[in-house]
Design a protein around this ligand. Structure first.
Ligand SMILES: NC(=O)c1ccc[n+]([C@@H]2O[C@H](COP(=O)([O-])OP(=O)(O)OC[C@H]3O[C@@H](n4cnc5c(N)ncnc54)[C@H](O)[C@@H]3O)[C@@H](O)[C@H]2O)c1
Length: 343
């Protein structure tokens, strides 16, 4: 797959499901080629390299980072490795596309953003829900003022049953994941609704995290994370977000994003605008192009590198996102609302 004419030569580290989505995204973008893959599991690395005709294979990311032909690295690793390996890559002069959540904490995310800035490299977070067709259309409508001032958002990523374990149980071990349902899937819903609302600065959060489904995880797996978290976030511009995120809940599952402004409101699923015409309530079905959100995400990363522009899901945004998550967990632990400035 090596192509000497590629503008951006990429490497993917971590070859689970998301790693393969990144690999596919680079493959469909004519300006890029994946020239290296890296996985701790050497057989997995060899298998993927063979299947996709990739010349360099590594099982140690430090060796991979010595390869000067690599311009950009997709970090698709368990959460506890996002900060250290993204930082190593940035310090080695590579651009980084890092999977969600940005890190285990805002402190780590800040170090990542600072390292990117120090090295003059692009750091983008793979917050894939921003790159869906309907998200992109709705974002443009908000920017064009069609909803007026957006002051309320409600988002949910709700699974009735669906606790991930990951290789070696890292998803459900707080030391390695940073948390459970909130940091794993709540982050998608929160990020998307927050971005649609213009990414206002969070000021205060209130959250409650629950863990009632340990019996759904094998007994020998350490389980010390939330399987349901609910939160309320206030922003500097007066806007509010209500968030629901669950890996397990005794209610039907589903994903939703709803935003409301002074002129109109909208939901992503179904993709509908809720407005008023001549004093009457009107619901309008909206249309969105059918696009592959992972391909769009990689394309945006490549464009940010090529054009030298900030990606929409930047290192700085990753810090604010992690501040909200840190605040929600702290609020739950301490049983009080948390000001972001007190974190
Ligand atoms: N965007 C999405 O929709 C989405 C979906 C699933 C997971 N994710 C995120 O992607 C990341 C990875 O999740 P996953 O489901 O692939 O996890 P996983 O445990 O299934 O796979 C991780 C892979 O990384 C490899 N690995 C672990 N440590 C390594 C190291 N030090 N060097 C090289 N390779 C190493 C493992 O061998 C494994 O192949 C997580 O941050 C997760 O939150 C995102």
């Amino acid at each position: 797959m090596k192509n000497k004419n590629s503008i951006v030569q990429a490497a993917v580290v971590g070859l689970g499901w998301p790693g393969m989505q990144h690999l596919k995204g680079y493959t469909v973008d004519a300006r890029t080629a994946v020239i290296a893959v890296c996985d701790l599991d050497a057989d997995r690395g060899k298998e993927v390299a063979k299947e996709h005709n990739i010349p360099y294979v590594y099982s140690d990311h430090r060796e991979m980072l010595e390869n000067n032909e690599i311009d950009a690295v997709s970090v698709c690793l368990p959460n506890f490795l996002h900060a250290p390996i993204a930082i190593d890559a940035l310090n080695a002069g590579k651009h980084v596309l890092c999977e969600k959540p940005p890190a285990k904490s805002a402190e780590e995310a800040k170090e990542m953003a600072d390292t990117a800035e120090k090295n003059g490299k692009t750091l983008m977070y793979a917050l894939v829900q921003r790159f869906g067709g309907s998200s992109q259309v709705l974002k443009q409508m908000v920017q064009d003022g069609e909803l007026g001032d957006v002051y309320f958002g409600k988002a949910g990523y709700v699974r009735r049953r669906g606790i991930p374990i990951g290789k070696g149980g890292w998803f459900v071990d707080k030391d390695r994941s940073g948390g459970g349902a909130l940091i794993d899937i709540g982050v998608h819903a929160l990020d998307c609704v927050w971005w649609l609302m213009g990414s206002p600065k969070p000021v205060q959060v209130m959250g409650a995290a629950y863990s009632h489904f340990a019996h759904h995880v094998p007994k020998d797996v350490k389980y010390d994370v939330d399987d349901a978290t609910f939160a309320h976030i206030l922003f500097e511009n007066g806007a509010t977000v209500v968030l629901e995120s669950t890996w397990a809940l005794n209610l039907p599952g589903g994903n939703y994003i709803r935003i409301a402004g002074t002129k109109a409101g909208a939901t992503l699923n179904p993709f509908t605008l809720y407005t008023e015409e001549d004093g009457k309530e009107v619901d309008k079905e909206l249309q969105a192009p059918s696009i592959d959100s992972f391909d769009e995400e990689v394309k945006h990363f490549v464009e940010s590198i090529v054009n030298g522009t900030d990606p929409i899901s930047s290192g700085h945004q990753g810090v604010m996102l992690m501040q909200m998550l840190d605040g929600i967990y702290k609020s739950s632990e301490e049983g009080r609302s948390i000001k972001i400035t007190d974190l």
